[in-house]
Design a protein around this ligand. Sequence first.
Ligand code: P53
Length: 487
Amino acid sequence: MGFPKDFLWGGATAANQYEGGYLSGGKGLATADTITNGDQKHPRRIMIELEDGTKKEINRFEDVPKGAKAIVDEDVYYPSHVATDFYHHYKEDIALMGEMGYKTFRMSINWSRIFPHGDDDQPNEEGLKFYDDVFDECHKYGIEPLVTINHFDLPLHLSYQYEGWLDRRTIDFFMNYCRTIFTRYQNKVKYWLTFNEINFLRDYSTLGITEASNPQKQQQAIYHLLLASAKAVYLGHQINPDFQIGLMIANILFYPETCHPDDAIAEMEMARDFKDFYYDVQCRGYYPAYKLKELERQNIILQKEDGDEQILLLGTVDFISFSYYNSSVISTHGNNEKSGGNQLGGVKNPYLEESEWGWPIDPQGLRLVLNRLYDKYQLPLMIVENGLGALDTIEEDGSIQDDYRIDYLRKHIQQIQKAIEYDGVDVIGYTPWGCIDLVSAGTGEMKKRYGFVYVDMDDFGEGTLKRIRKKSFSWYKKVIETNGEDL
Ligand code: P53
């Protein structure tokens, strides 16, 4: 009963938010290295240089005008440059994960550490060596690496030289990168995820395209991403048939606000647009009918090549992974109070509490998500992000009493357990987000912390980077030790 014997307990991170060492060991600049910090009220910023040499500040990569290029401004603080410095602390950090008893560690490879410009002929050996060391260190503790191939970053050069994912050649560069890491690490890594939150890339720096709000451009870039993901799955299986390669989607759960059919239809359309489409393509291998109709209505014609259809079919995934933080309410009635932190403009759910950053907390929603996904696709499921971003305080005795975090995680684990035991869903792993404190993707803040381990670093790059175990550290250790029995 309870969690399966080989359940993959662990934690999750991403290179651009954790690794630092942004130019160390031959690494090139990535789009993520050009984004400043911000906070709940002030969005993150990007300095761009226009064609005529003038500089201008914008808030989203999506809004980069044609001919402009993102730059690193010497006077500005960029959180990805040091982050919480996994690059120099990986031995210490993996030892802490080992101490908690992790079975798996989710991390991402920094593409620009392997191919500094993205289109280089040869990979950067020093970058490859770094991840060899990281994986060796994991295996010392019996930790299976779970590697995201691309998590919210792109070699900066590809963004202005090729317009990122709009240019089909970016797929080829990505395949070089995949071939390099699949071959190099084929005996060290078994679990791979292609693109982190592939359904959110249009909102983060990753597409690297200009004027991304143009629907034709956006849909073409997304088509290239989905093709690239399928190609990666296919190639990975050729290199090592034992590879388990999954998709990764931001799984915000949507509820219709009322039983009015208009709300139910709006919820269906929102879910399709935001996430279902990406699941459908990567699990079934083709664009679903509702998406084809939508493209038709918008007069969007995707540029395709012969053989593309075959690639999508051959590159369906072995398992599904997703992030789950919250749910959101879809309403057609207007005039409702907006939910504080929800980027998708949902209305406030009166039945749920919200985090300090305004994210609704909905553990039962996770059970719903697990059931719906399993019913629909019958693939193994892994929750690769979940957690509470919160302010932590160090007490006078040096301890961090993060009971709020324990409470959040406990309630979510109980719902996973219910999905496994009561509903029979095949859940294979759980890796809470930011298991060691790292930079927030949404705001670029350090003070929005998720970890079991505190890292002494503030929002402006000041701190000793010292690691401190929080109260949740020993709690999670016990959860893993008892395979989820003692929560
Ligand atoms: P931060 C929003 C909603 C759901 C998932 O987010 C999201 C986001 C991004 O803001 O992204 C994932 O750091 C993402 C991580 C990110 C994490 O959620 O804004 O995969 O990179 O750090 C948490 O609190």
